[in-house]
Structures are given as structure tokens and as C-alpha cells.
Design a protein around this ligand. Structure first.
Ligand SMILES: Nc1nc2c(ncn2[C@@H]2O[C@H](COP(=O)(O)OP(=O)(O)OP(=O)(O)O)[C@@H](O)[C@H]2O)c(=O)[nH]1
Ligand SMILES: [Mg+2]
Length: 234
């Protein structure tokens, strides 16, 4: 079981108290998430929570977004990882303000930690106004789906090497997401990934979810991603 969110509570008959703790933890999280949302709106920005398995391409997508968004909009990034400053350093190398949150073992970000990140962003980092705040969650398709961080939109990503069955196997991440981004499509020739199957699966879980496919390596599909972002801030 996950120490922090207690997400594996299948054996409900044997430990109902455990479920109560889980519920109150999520309620407390959600109250702070609402405050985070207000805070971000006061900053004049919309927040996007990026959720995927480890290595699906979240940071690479943000690096490519930085290359393409120069004259279109400003953005900042809150990076979430279990350990290291590596992803924030990659984003900063692109000239984008970024702070790193490390969870010290927890497999997801939560609203209190993001609240600290917002203050750090305001106090130490961001000098120019920005329109989008990306929150790159810890690589994990399970626990992050349970935690509202105060985002306005949630984007779930699955990369081609992971397989098109992922929406069916990790439905909760798709249920609350606005956009399903299929990444690394430059690898389609080498894997048995079906965009059609993945799309059908995701839409069965969440009929309103939008679906786009991109390669941050070749740039294919990135224009639609950038248009999606611009549309959010117009
Ligand atoms: N071929 C290909 N490789 C990619 C693409 N996007 C990312 N990668 C590679 O995938 C690996 C992981 O990319 P990251 O961007 O670090 O993935 P991440 O989701 O941020 O990983 P975590 O933060 O550890 O969860 C790197 O080696 C990238 O170069 C893509 O569009 N095509
Ligand atoms: Mg990353």
C-alpha cells in the first residue's frame, strides 16, 4: 500500500478505519487544492497537472514547448520528483523559471507541497508575469490521479513504448483528465501501439477527453499541443 495516499484499499472488510483515514486525507488535500487554484488565478495563470508513467516524456515535452512558445506565452514549471533537481535544471536550461519539489519517497505530489511551491515560485523565482503554470507530477499513473493539486486542467500522457492498453489498466488517470496526450509517436513503427485502440479505450472511460499525439523529438503534432495551450489562455 502507498504510505501517503493509502490507495490500495481493496480488502475493505478487513480495515474500514484505514479507508476513513484515506478519505479525510483527501478531503484535507482538496481544501488546500481549492486555495491553490485561487492563488494561481491571482497570479494570472492557468495550471496544468501533467501525469504519466516515469519516462513518458513530460520534461521533454516542456523543453520542446519552451522552444516553440517563445513569442506566444510565458510559462513556469513546478517539477515533482522523489529525488533530485534534474528536471528543474533541464527546464531552467531553456530559460524557463522552474522550481523542484522533492517528495522524499512519496509517489505523487499533493496540494500542501504544491502550496509551498507556489510561494517559492512567487518569492524566489518568477519576476515576469506568466500565463501557464505546468506542474509535472511524479512519474506514476496511479496515485497522482487521486490528488487535486489546484490545477485547472489535467493532462495524462502515455508514450508509444508503454502500449495502447494503458487507459484500460489505469482508468482513474483518464477519468479526471481534459487531454490524453500520446507521446513518442516517432516510435510507432517499432512498437505495436494502436492510436485507435488507445483513443477508444480512453473515450470509453471519459467520453469528453480530448486526444492528441505528439513527438517532442521530431516536433510532429506539437503545433496542435501549442494551439491547445493558447486556447486555454485566450
Ligand atoms: N523517441 C522519443 N524519445 C523521447 C520523446 N520524448 C522523450 N523521449 C525520451 O524519453 C526519455 C524520458 O523522457 P523524459 O522527458 O525525461 O520523461 P519524463 O516523463 O519527464 O520522466 P520522469 O520525470 O522521470 O517521470 C528520454 O530519454 C527522452 O529523450 C519522443 O518524443 N520521442
Ligand atoms: Mg520528468
Amino acid at each position: 500500500m502507498c504510505d501517503t495516499c493509502g490507495c490500495q484499499t481493496n480488502n475493505q472488510n478487513s480495515d474500514t478505519r484505514l479507508i476513513d483515514i484515506n478519505k479525510s486525507l483527501l478531503e484535507a488535500n482538496n481544501a488546500i487544492a481549492s486555495k491553490n487554484r485561487e492563488h494561481i488565478e491571482k497570479m494570472g495563470a492557468v495550471a496544468i497537472n501533467l501525469i504519466s508513467s516515469p519516462g513518458a516524456g513530460k520534461t521533454t515535452l516542456l523543453e520542446k514547448t519552451a522552444d516553440m512558445a517563445t513569442n506566444l506565452f510565458h510559462f513556469c514549471v513546478i517539477e515533482g520528483d522523489i529525488e533530485t533537481e534534474r528536471d528543474a535544471e533541464r527546464i531552467r536550461a531553456k530559460g524557463i523559471p522552474a522550481i523542484q519539489l522533492t517528495t522524499g519517497g512519496a509517489c505523487h505530489l499533493d496540494a500542501p507541497l504544491v502550496h509551498k511551491g507556489l510561494h517559492k515560485l512567487e518569492d524566489e523565482i518568477s519576476t515576469t508575469p506568466f500565463q501557464i503554470l505546468f506542474i509535472e507530477n511524479v512519474g506514476n499513473l496511479v496515485c497522482p490521479a487521486a490528488f487535486d493539486l489546484g490545477e485547472h486542467k489535467r493532462v495524462v500522457m502515455v508514450s508509444v513504448p508503454e502500449g495502447s492498453d494503458k487507459p484500460a489498466k489505469y482508468p482513474r488517470a483518464f477519468l479526471g483528465s481534459d487531454l490524453f496526450l500520446i507521446t513518442k509517436i516517432d516510435l510507432l513503427d517499432y512498437f505495436d501501439f494502436s492510436i485507435e485502440e488507445a483513443t477508444e479505450c480512453a473515450k470509453r472511460i471519459n467520453p469528453k477527453i480530448r486526444v492528441m499525439s505528439v513527438s517532442a523529438k521530431t516536433g510532429q503534432g506539437m503545433d496542435k499541443w501549442i494551439a491547445y495551450l493558447q486556447n486555454l489562455i485566450d
